[in-house]
Design a protein around this ligand. Sequence first.
Ligand SMILES: Nc1nc2c(ncn2[C@@H]2O[C@H](COP(=O)(O)OP(=O)(O)OP(=O)(O)O)[C@@H](O)[C@H]2O)c(=O)[nH]1
Length: 522
Amino acid sequence: MSFGEGKAEDHSLCGEIRSSIRKILAAKHDAQLAAYLLVVVVLSVLAATCWQIWTARQRTLAEIDTNNRNLAQTLNTYAEGVLTQSSMLLLGMAERLEAEGVAPEHLQRIQQLVNRQESLLNQLNELLVVDARGKWLMSSKGRFPTGTSSADRSYFLHHREDASDNVFIGAPIRSRSTGEWVITVSRRFKDGQGRFGGVIVATLGIENFLRLFGKIDIGEHGVIALATTGGLLLVRHPFREQDLGRDFSRSPNFLRHYPSLKFGTASFESSIDGTERLYAFRSNDRYPIFITVAQGRDEALRAWRRHALLTATVVSSLLALITVIGWRLILVIRLRAQAESSLVAAREKLLEANYQLEQLATQDPLTGLANRRRFDDVLKRETKRAAREATPLSLLLIDLDCFKGFNDHYGHVAGDECLKAVSRQLALSAKRPGDLAARYGGEELALVLPSTPAEGAMQVARQLLARIRELGIAHKASSFGCVTASIGVASLQSRQEPEELVEAADRALYRAKTAGRNRAEF
Ligand SMILES: Nc1nc2c(ncn2[C@@H]2O[C@H](COP(=O)(O)OP(=O)(O)OP(=O)(O)O)[C@@H](O)[C@H]2O)c(=O)[nH]1
């Protein structure tokens, strides 16, 4: 491999390294982008899934609320119908009793009338007429033990004290004639003198309400209840006897949600059984009652929870898969970048080794100047260039005077040091970028001066001689007393070969030696 070929190879190696570095940077950039992309994809999918699950939950709750409210509205209409029918019955009876009095024959006629109307109001359990002292005067059920009284019942006490003609809805009680649980709807009537004449009571069987409520599917933990706006529980499905007539007017839940009784929804833990439910309320516009429809919260959200869990599992699995694939991709990119880095490092080492080799191949180890091989290459190249460009080219051949004597007197090591000192001065004389200072062989040195004519070369030679003298290296074997050199200068003539230039310089050097040394000759 020639020196020129080595250079070309180094140049292409540098190009490859530059392109590899670009590739490494691109790969690192790609790996970073891929990591960002992975994070963005994972976070986006997570956010979208959470959002979807959350909105599905809100939608489910809203649907449950709507269904419960609609059901509460329907049951409210039903309860209002029952109460209105009862009220109308009571009103008709009150007017008759007030007009005709409570004589037995009148009561018998009223009873016949009631028996005919009973079939029109299924919920009616019994219709009672009690006098001003609470004693039973008539029962739609027919005979009753003499002296049966309702003087202790809340409806009687209420109407005795309250002179208004309003209908009163009482707490659930056990009927004294049928033994069933009933709700009382009652109103007072006046005697002939306009005083309190007694109370007419329509009792509504709780069983009828429970039968209806029981047909409605509101889930295992659902509740349907009818209560007064004063906080008195009238009917509750599922039925528990101990809940009947329960006063929850002071319960924190009732107090907190009282404003939404009109038509609202709420979610809270029941004070009766501790179950968390979604409640819908609807109060009646005409009567002081309200309907509650509630579904167990956990139960109502069960389907949503199952779906959310399924979605979360599928999305998590997909995300895990994407993360693993993405991460492997990033690792592959990084590994590729690392491999590329190692390659670049190896190539850099190769370049360095090449440079070292080149130095070794072209440098003289003792003086650090270019060696003979490099000298020959450069001289050949510069000879061609000078011929091609028609520019001058000069050559200096430098030979230390009486160097044999120096070695003999001071020793070979001192001779080497002297040669190095003179070489440094020669290197300083190679001022232009194209100048080449070289060791031609032994104690003979050379200086190639491109684009330099003979006068310029002579000037450089004289300066070099002065520099060598100024080193002041003692040389007892020389007549000058110090180290000196002789220089042969030659300049290129047209169509001359490099060897001819060297021979011309050598002849000039010989002339310098024979002329007494320590001089330059052209
Ligand atoms: N120390 C040392 N001596 C060298 C080196 N290369 C050549 N020489 C010696 O340089 C001397 C050259 O001697 P000659 O060719 O006889 O010439 P000279 O003694 O310099 O006499 P002139 O050239 O006529 O002035 C020889 O003794 C070589 O051994 C070197 O690298 N180191």
